[in-house]
Design a protein around this ligand. Structure first.
Ligand SMILES: Nc1ncnc2c1ncn2[C@@H]1O[C@H](COP(=O)(O)OP(=O)(O)OP(=O)(O)O)[C@@H](O)[C@H]1O
Ligand SMILES: [Mg+2]
Length: 454
């Protein structure tokens, strides 16, 4: 029998994970129950080992402090309460070790000659235990897999018109069907976005790849469906065009037009002074205003307008992306109460937890986007002296207080480094960043106001 590999010392603050050799039959953890926190250190190590993929069984050996000599043995026999106390401590320690993942626990034998035999017995028991656990895990994962498969097979019954699972689609690393992935152009919470080339049609597209394994909640599947449903109904030069949603065995693929090599965050960061100059800012913002105004007109609110969700091409044509939070708000005139969006673009009424109208909240977000275009990323945070971006009602109150005074924004902008903001841009900002939603400008007014002067 190969002796199990002992890794690290316990009861020692420096105890650390060792590398488990490929041929290791077990991990033997030595537990010094006399050292302060010795059992806690052992539990931490065992917990860490359980996270190692394919780790062999873990056995813990409780070390004796010293070999008792005859006198000690006699004394301890007379001190039954002390012996009982020690036994109960050892049982507690063992239970704790098993709870965090040890497959077996045994006492260091008093006679060293017995050690290989005791170790061998413990190893046999631990292997058996380990095999049982593995077989349970396999059963559970088979169960989950079949549930998952069932869910994806029936998805079109849950979400009307969701494309049915097509088992014939070939998925391989770097390609799906006839499409080959060329470059990564973005990544987000849902997965990677690639440019792709269709080898048959030679058409290029942007493809958002979403692993079905990562969809563990219904609301995530709903977000994909919401995005596709909105994009199918929206057709506008500054709203990304969805060509197809592919439902393959392992992934969902949203095939879209390529709306530009960069998003607006990248475009702002690459500009001199990390802000956009007048004409570029004007062109890009006009496209955004036109897209949002069109969406609102069609009854859709985006609910996550931010620079990452706006693509910009080399001619400064801007396109609105990522409709995962979009809603058809006209069907719900009393508004919404779910927290949506990304800080610092979230409107104060949303942060305050009030029922909100999502089209008005979109206009606030557009205001913060324009501010960041003109004054650089995190401009709002710097202006208000915020140190972080939690989605809290405290920030909602601060925004309401700050923007209630019409001159506060102009005064704060003057203090920020950067070129003076033109009058028309300042007037746009002051009509969008209005705390009361009912007094805020509408997207169509903003779009109208961005029309180039003759
Ligand atoms: N059609 C497209 N054309 C060009 N770039 C795109 C396109 N779609 C997405 N991108 C890029 O990929 C990034 C992530 O895309 P998207 O926002 O749709 O993904 P997400 O996973 O939903 O992100 P989030 O984290 O905002 O939920 C975008 O910021 C953008 O840079
Ligand atoms: Mg996004």
């Amino acid at each position: 029998m190969t002796m199990p590999h002992a890794l690290g010392r316990l009861g020692d603050a420096a105890a650390c994970l060792g590398v488990i050799p490929e041929d290791a039959e077990a991990v033997l953890v030595l537990v010094d129950t006399f050292a302060p926190e010795g059992d806690a250190a052992a539990r931490n190590i065992i917990r860490d080992y359980t996270l190692v993929e394919d780790a062999p069984p873990i056995i813990a050996m409780l070390l004796r402090a010293k070999e008792p000599d005859d006198a000690d043995a006699a004394a301890s026999l007379n001190d039954i309460p002390a012996a009982m106390q020690r036994t109960s401590t050892l049982v507690d320690v063992s239970t704790g070790l098993v709870e965090v993942g040890a497959d077996d626990v045994f006492m260091q034998p008093s006679n060293l000659v017995d050690l290989p035999a005791v170790l061998g017995i413990a190893l046999t028991k631990a292997k058996r235990h380990y095999q049982q656990i593995m077989s349970y895990e396999e059963q559970i994962s088979d169960h989950l897999d079949s549930h998952n498969r069932l869910f994806w097979r029936a998805i079109h019954l849950v979400f009307n018109n969701f494309p049915g699972l097509d088992m014939s689609i070939r998925e391989a690393d770097g390609r799906v069907g006839d499409r080959v992935f060329v470059n990564t152009i973005g990544s987000g919470a849902c997965g990677q976005v690639y440019t792709s080339l269709n080898e048959v049609t030679k058409k290029q597209e942007a493809v958002k790849v979403i692993s079905k394994k990562d969809i563990t909640e219904m609301k995530q599947a709903a977000a994909v469906w919401r995005e596709c449903r909105a994009l199918r109904k929206l057709q506008h030069a500054s709203v990304v065009r969805l060509n197809q949603l592919i439902h393959a065995p392992h992934h969902l693929y949203l095939c879209m037009e390529i709306a530009g090599p960069q998003n607006l965050v990248q475009r702002i960061r690459e500009s001199p002074e990390h802000c956009l100059e007048g004409p570029a800012a004007q062109t890009i913002f006009r496209h955004i205003a036109s897209a949002v105004s069109y969406c609102h007109d069609k009854g859709f609110a985006h609910r996550d307008i931010k620079p990452e969700n706006i693509a910009v091409d080399v001619q400064d044509h801007a396109t609105l992306l990522d409709f995962g939070f979009a809603v058809e708000f006209k069907a719900k005139p009393d508004g919404y109460d779910d927290h949506c969006g990304t800080m610092p673009f979230v409107a104060p009424e949303v942060l305050l937890g009030q029922r909100y109208q999502p089209d008005a909240a979109d206009v606030w977000s557009m205001g913060v986007v324009l501010l960041e275009m003109l004054r650089g990323m995190n401009a709002l945070m710097k202006m208000l002296g915020w140190r972080s971006y939690e989605c809290s009602s405290r920030y909602g109150e601060e925004l309401t207080r700050f923007f209630s005074s019409p001159s506060a924004l102009a005064a704060a902008l003057q203090k920020c480094p950067g070129a003076a903001i033109p009058e028309d841009a300042l007037s746009l900002l002051t009509t969008m960043l209005v705390p009361r939603p009912s007094e805020r400008a509408r997207a169509s007014d903003i779009y109208g106001a961005t029309e180039p002067k003759a």
